[in-house]
Write a protein that binds this ligand. Structure first.
Ligand code: AMP
Length: 129
Protein backbone atom coordinates (compact mmCIF):
# COMPACT_ATOMS: atom_id res chain seq x y z
CA UNK A 1 0.00 0.00 0.00
CA UNK A 2 1.20 3.52 -0.68
CA UNK A 3 1.06 6.09 2.08
CA UNK A 4 -2.45 6.95 3.06
CA UNK A 5 -1.42 8.29 6.42
CA UNK A 6 -0.07 11.53 7.74
CA UNK A 7 3.59 11.93 8.62
CA UNK A 8 4.84 14.12 11.42
CA UNK A 9 8.18 15.86 10.85
CA UNK A 10 9.52 18.76 12.87
CA UNK A 11 6.04 19.49 14.20
CA UNK A 12 4.53 19.91 10.71
CA UNK A 13 1.80 17.58 9.51
CA UNK A 14 2.31 16.71 5.86
CA UNK A 15 -1.10 16.09 4.28
CA UNK A 16 0.31 13.38 2.04
CA UNK A 17 3.54 11.90 0.73
CA UNK A 18 5.01 13.76 -2.26
CA UNK A 19 6.79 10.68 -3.63
CA UNK A 20 3.62 8.57 -3.41
CA UNK A 21 1.92 11.32 -5.44
CA UNK A 22 4.74 11.30 -7.99
CA UNK A 23 4.49 7.50 -8.32
CA UNK A 24 0.72 7.80 -8.77
CA UNK A 25 1.23 10.46 -11.47
CA UNK A 26 -0.60 13.09 -9.41
CA UNK A 27 2.55 15.26 -9.40
CA UNK A 28 4.60 15.43 -12.61
CA UNK A 29 8.14 14.08 -12.68
CA UNK A 30 10.88 13.32 -15.17
CA UNK A 31 10.51 9.55 -14.99
CA UNK A 32 13.47 7.48 -16.14
CA UNK A 33 12.36 3.99 -15.04
CA UNK A 34 9.32 2.15 -13.75
CA UNK A 35 8.43 -1.45 -12.99
CA UNK A 36 6.06 -3.24 -10.61
CA UNK A 37 8.09 -2.32 -7.51
CA UNK A 38 10.39 0.57 -8.39
CA UNK A 39 10.00 4.11 -9.75
CA UNK A 40 12.91 6.38 -10.69
CA UNK A 41 12.87 10.04 -11.65
CA UNK A 42 15.23 13.01 -11.95
CA UNK A 43 15.76 15.09 -8.81
CA UNK A 44 14.12 18.52 -9.08
CA UNK A 45 17.27 20.18 -7.62
CA UNK A 46 20.14 18.20 -9.12
CA UNK A 47 23.42 18.13 -7.17
CA UNK A 48 25.36 16.59 -10.08
CA UNK A 49 24.92 16.29 -13.87
CA UNK A 50 23.09 13.01 -13.22
CA UNK A 51 20.89 13.01 -10.10
CA UNK A 52 18.17 10.39 -10.08
CA UNK A 53 15.96 9.27 -7.20
CA UNK A 54 15.25 5.54 -7.11
CA UNK A 55 12.17 4.89 -5.01
CA UNK A 56 10.18 1.80 -3.97
CA UNK A 57 6.53 2.04 -4.96
CA UNK A 58 5.58 0.67 -1.57
CA UNK A 59 5.68 3.41 1.04
CA UNK A 60 8.62 2.71 3.36
CA UNK A 61 9.47 5.81 5.38
CA UNK A 62 13.25 5.42 5.42
CA UNK A 63 16.15 2.98 5.55
CA UNK A 64 15.46 2.73 9.29
CA UNK A 65 12.25 0.86 8.43
CA UNK A 66 13.98 -1.92 6.50
CA UNK A 67 13.50 -5.43 7.90
CA UNK A 68 13.52 -9.03 6.63
CA UNK A 69 10.01 -8.66 5.17
CA UNK A 70 10.81 -5.66 2.95
CA UNK A 71 14.60 -5.59 2.45
CA UNK A 72 14.21 -7.27 -0.94
CA UNK A 73 12.58 -4.03 -2.14
CA UNK A 74 15.67 -2.03 -1.20
CA UNK A 75 17.83 -4.63 -2.97
CA UNK A 76 15.67 -4.24 -6.07
CA UNK A 77 16.12 -0.45 -5.89
CA UNK A 78 19.90 -0.89 -5.79
CA UNK A 79 19.79 -3.32 -8.71
CA UNK A 80 17.88 -0.71 -10.74
CA UNK A 81 20.33 1.97 -9.58
CA UNK A 82 23.19 -0.04 -11.08
CA UNK A 83 21.21 -0.49 -14.30
CA UNK A 84 20.50 3.26 -14.50
CA UNK A 85 24.15 4.11 -13.82
CA UNK A 86 25.01 2.12 -16.94
CA UNK A 87 22.28 3.61 -19.10
CA UNK A 88 23.18 7.15 -17.92
CA UNK A 89 26.79 6.60 -18.97
CA UNK A 90 28.29 6.59 -15.49
CA UNK A 91 30.95 4.01 -16.33
CA UNK A 92 33.56 6.16 -14.56
CA UNK A 93 31.75 5.78 -11.25
CA UNK A 94 28.87 7.15 -9.26
CA UNK A 95 27.58 7.61 -5.71
CA UNK A 96 24.47 6.16 -4.07
CA UNK A 97 23.12 7.87 -0.96
CA UNK A 98 20.10 7.34 1.25
CA UNK A 99 19.49 9.87 4.01
CA UNK A 100 17.59 8.54 7.02
CA UNK A 101 15.85 10.63 9.65
CA UNK A 102 16.36 14.30 10.55
CA UNK A 103 19.99 13.86 11.64
CA UNK A 104 20.64 11.99 8.39
CA UNK A 105 19.37 14.98 6.43
CA UNK A 106 16.24 13.25 5.12
CA UNK A 107 13.63 15.73 3.91
CA UNK A 108 11.16 13.43 2.12
CA UNK A 109 10.00 10.57 4.32
CA UNK A 110 9.60 7.95 1.63
CA UNK A 111 12.67 5.74 1.18
CA UNK A 112 14.77 6.80 -1.81
CA UNK A 113 18.26 6.27 -3.14
CA UNK A 114 20.05 9.22 -4.72
CA UNK A 115 22.08 8.19 -7.78
CA UNK A 116 24.69 10.91 -8.38
CA UNK A 117 27.32 11.11 -11.07
CA UNK A 118 28.50 12.69 -14.29
CA UNK A 119 31.46 14.50 -12.72
CA UNK A 120 34.20 13.57 -10.23
CA UNK A 121 32.46 13.64 -6.84
CA UNK A 122 35.55 13.57 -4.64
CA UNK A 123 36.38 11.24 -1.80
CA UNK A 124 34.37 12.87 1.00
CA UNK A 125 31.40 11.10 2.52
CA UNK A 126 29.71 13.99 4.28
CA UNK A 127 29.35 17.71 3.97
CA UNK A 128 29.75 18.95 7.54
CA UNK A 129 26.99 21.49 7.71
P1 AMP B 1 16.34 13.81 0.96
O1 AMP B 1 16.66 15.22 1.40
O2 AMP B 1 17.47 12.86 1.03
O3 AMP B 1 15.09 13.31 1.66
O4 AMP B 1 16.02 13.91 -0.58
C1 AMP B 1 14.83 14.43 -1.08
C2 AMP B 1 15.11 14.83 -2.50
O5 AMP B 1 13.86 14.96 -3.16
C3 AMP B 1 15.83 16.17 -2.64
O6 AMP B 1 17.06 15.97 -3.34
C4 AMP B 1 14.84 17.03 -3.43
O7 AMP B 1 15.47 17.90 -4.36
C5 AMP B 1 13.99 15.97 -4.12
N1 AMP B 1 12.65 16.39 -4.49
C6 AMP B 1 11.72 16.99 -3.70
N2 AMP B 1 10.58 17.20 -4.39
C7 AMP B 1 10.78 16.71 -5.63
C8 AMP B 1 9.99 16.64 -6.82
N3 AMP B 1 8.73 17.10 -6.86
N4 AMP B 1 10.52 16.09 -7.92
C9 AMP B 1 11.79 15.61 -7.91
N5 AMP B 1 12.59 15.64 -6.82
C10 AMP B 1 12.10 16.19 -5.70
Amino acid sequence: MHCGFHITHGGAILPDCIFCKIIAGEIPSQRVYEDEHVFAFRDIAPQAPVHILVVPKEHIASAAELKPENSHIAAKCLEITAQLAKSEGLGGGFRVITNSGPDGGQTVFHLHFHLLGGRPLGAGLINNG
